[in-house]
Write a new protein. Structure first.
Length: 184
């Protein structure tokens, strides 16, 4: 059996923009060290680019990934649960705040640490409430000190935020525990 840790990554879009270029870089650097599974919409060029790496792709409609509606989220979590039964997921990573609901709920239900890559100044009340409610399992990766400050000023607890600037070279990954992965 494979002893590598498994990371489940979420992308709210199948198109390639700035956040998706970061996702491609992340996958390129982590592939082979970790088992990677990426959940993304089937449309767009991102699936073609990611298929160059040794990872698993799972397709889900963008409106299920991007929805904050409780019934859409529960339906998406249920569908994903059946697709993921054969994997032991060690970490969840949302590549954008635009798809944070499904990974946070899965993380809470399965007791898996969740990272949310945050590159926007926008934060909705529902996002803030869910992040606060899931505070022991969710870490926000702010792409700048200014974004981190903005999140804190909007009610996110400082201890939930790590700053990792976009474009930061990722050091070689090493085997780690769930907690090490979530807090690195």
């Amino acid at each position: 059996m494979d002893s590598k840790k498994t990371i489940l990554l979420f992308s709210p879009t199948g198109n390639i923009g700035g956040a998706e270029i970061n996702l491609i870089t992340l996958c390129r650097n982590l592939c082979g060290v970790y088992n990677l599974i990426v959940v993304l919409p089937p449309e767009g060029k991102l699936k073609t680019k990611l298929s160059e790496f040794n990872l698993t792709l799972i397709f889900m409609p963008s409106k299920q990934l991007q929805s904050g509606g409780i019934f859409q989220v529960l339906w998406a979590c249920t569908k994903l649960h059946f697709k993921l039964r054969k994997y032991k997921i060690d970490l969840l990573h949302s590549n954008s705040r635009y798809c944070l609901y499904v990974p946070i709920y899965i993380g809470l239900l399965a007791k898996i640490p969740t990272l949310i890559h945050w590159a926007d100044y926008e934060i909705h009340a529902g996002d803030r409430s869910l992040i606060k409610w899931a505070k022991k399992r969710v870490t926000l990766i702010a792409v700048s000190k200014d974004i981190a400050t903005h999140l804190i000023n909007n009610g996110v607890q400082e201890q939930q935020i790590e700053i990792i600037h976009n474009g930061t070279e990722i050091p070689p990954a090493s085997e780690a525990t769930r907690e090490d992965i979530a807090h690195s």
